[in-house]
Every structure is written in C-alpha cells, then in structure tokens.
Design a protein around this ligand. Structure first.
Ligand code: ARG
Length: 294
C-alpha cells in the first residue's frame, strides 16, 4: 500500500462526531391553563369521564414555561377564557411568520371562539392579522422548515388553507396527509429540529412518525429529508414528537426515552418535561407553544 493510497480521502470513514448545533433565541406565546379540564371529546386522547387536576396541569405547564426562560427564550402570555379549556394549546391559535399572523378557524364548534380571541391578541401585540378564509388550526398543522412550510390535512386543517398560506407568505407549501386519528395535527407526527436550515448531510432537520402519513406523503418526506430521525410508535404514542427545538435544545415529553437517545446521538440536547395532565386533552409540549416570528 502506498502512502498516497492510505491518505485517499475517498476511503476515509465518515466522522462519528455529531455536527455542531447552535441554539437561537425564540419568542413563544403560551396560555396558562387556569381553566384546564376535559369536558368534550374531539380527539381519541380525550375522555370527559376521566377526572382532570387543574392545579397539577398548572404546575406542569409552569415547568415548561420555566424551561423556556432558562434557555433564554421570551414567552408572551394570552389569558385563558373560562369555558374554552383547549385554549391552553396555543399552537392552534394561529401561524405567525414575518410579523403576519394567519388566524385560526377551528374544525369543531367547541373551539371556534378561540379563533377571534387569538386574533385579538395578535392585533393588540402589533401583528398584522390575516382573517382566515378556510378551516385551519394554526401551527398545529403548519410548520416552517427553512423556506418551506409543511402543512398537514386529513383531520383538522382543510387543504384549501394550505393554498391560502402559500399565497399569504409567498413560500412553498408541502401538503402532507395524516391518516392516524391519534396523530390528528401535523405537530403530533413531525418535530422540526432545525427550522433555519434546509436539509444538509447529517442535518436531522426533522423527526417524524412514518406511519402517521399516507404513502405519497411518506415518499415526499423521504425525498426531502433523507437524514430525518424516524421515531418509534412508542415514542410517538406519548406525543414525543410534539416538541420544541431552538436548533440545539429540544424540549420533549420526558417519557419519549427512545427519541431522547436518538436526539443525543445526532448532536441535539434533549430536555424532558412531564405534561401528563395536558396529555389528557391530547396535547404536549408543542401544542402549548406558539412561535411568534416578528
Ligand atoms: N384538545 C385539543 C384538540 O383536540 C388538543 C390540541 C392539541 N394541539 C396541537 N397543536 N396538536 O384540538
């Protein structure tokens, strides 16, 4: 073997060290669960017969809030309205990019009054508000990745809302069809780990549960994100994907231990929080968090 052959770069093994990740500060909108309970059933997780503990929900929510503050993020608050128990899932209150807030128009009558309540908050906070023309549940079904918007449909947001969002933000929108009622919002089936980057080698830009999507959507995700983390059914079943990443720190359900290990392997810093009480409404970390992009 000649020295030249020994140093042929083509024969070098790929580095085992994970890529360097960088955290960026974010601004979130949250809703303290002062009136949290489960009084109706609009997803398979909810059962009004199971008692809820509002004070436990408040303590768990506070831990999530404190985690964001400790990570250096900014959290703004909207007051929960008595009688709107799902308002705590602020991710559904709208979708905000470039200081433009696309309002929500909820599928189920139980949540419909939340749409105007959130739009009032956006207007008061200085955002331009776009009144929605189509049924959509905000960031629950719209996720920004690089310059692309991933958009879910099948259970909640109507596909014509995807066209509306594409026009509004002048960005590419990729429609993804959800097929499992347990993962009824896109943010229960996909986690965006690095929203400022488009896919690069070893990017692990997103994580997702393949079986939550129909075959064409699965193929689209494979094509766009060949380096994605594929999570197990067990981790998805504790809403592990329903998480918030700042590009390095990823706040996840503490029970999603497999996902936690996968994140660590890929150079992320997973931080587990327990939102068991809010899971009774069918929501987790991400559902309780709306990103405000000014
Ligand atoms: N109970 C709420 C609903 O069914 C939960 C919303 C969860 N939010 C989310 N972004 N996935 O609408």
């Amino acid at each position: 073997v000649t020295p030249a052959a020994q140093h042929d770069p083509v024969t070098l093994a790929t580095p085992v060290t994970p890529p360097l990740r960088r955290a960026a500060p974010h601004t979130y909108l949250m809703c303290r669960p002062d009136f949290f309970t489960v009084t109706y059933k609009i997803n398979p997780w909810m059962d009004p017969a199971i008692p809820t503990d509002t004070s436990l929900a408040l303590r768990q929510w506070q831990t999530l809030y404190d985690t964001y503050i400790a990570l250096g993020h900014t959290v703004e608050l909207i007051d929960q309205i008595d009688g709107l128990p799902d308002m705590v899932y602020s991710a559904n209150g709208g979708f905000v990019i470039d200081n433009l807030a696309y309002g929500a128009s909820f599928t189920h009558p139980e949540r419909q009054p939340e749409g105007p309540a959130y739009m009032r908050w956006f207007a008061d906070a200085g955002f331009t508000v776009a009144e929605p023309q189509n049924i959509n549940e905000g960031e629950g079904d719209f996720m920004l990745v690089g310059d692309t918007i991933l958009a879910g449909t099948g259970f909640r947001s109507a596909s014509n809302s995807h066209e509306e969002v594409a026009r509004l933000y002048d960005r590419e929108v990729v429609t993804l069809n959800l097929v499992n009622p347990n993962f009824y919002h896109l943010d229960t089936a996909i986690a965006v780990l690095n929203q400022s980057a488009d896919e690069a080698p070893d990017a692990a830009t997103i994580a997702y549960l393949p079986s939550a999507f129909d075959a064409p959507s699965r193929a689209e995700l494979e094509r766009r994100y060949p380096e994605a983390i594929l999570v197990s059914e067990a981790d998805a079943a504790v809403l592990g994907l329903n998480s918030i990443s700042d590009g390095y720190n990823v706040v996840i359900a503490s029970r999603a231990t497999g996902f936690e290990a996968q994140l660590r392997e890929r150079g992320y810093n997973p931080i587990g929080v327990d939102l068991s009480e809010l899971l009774l409404g069918g929501g987790g970390v991400k559902c309780c968090t709306l990103e405000l992009r000014r």
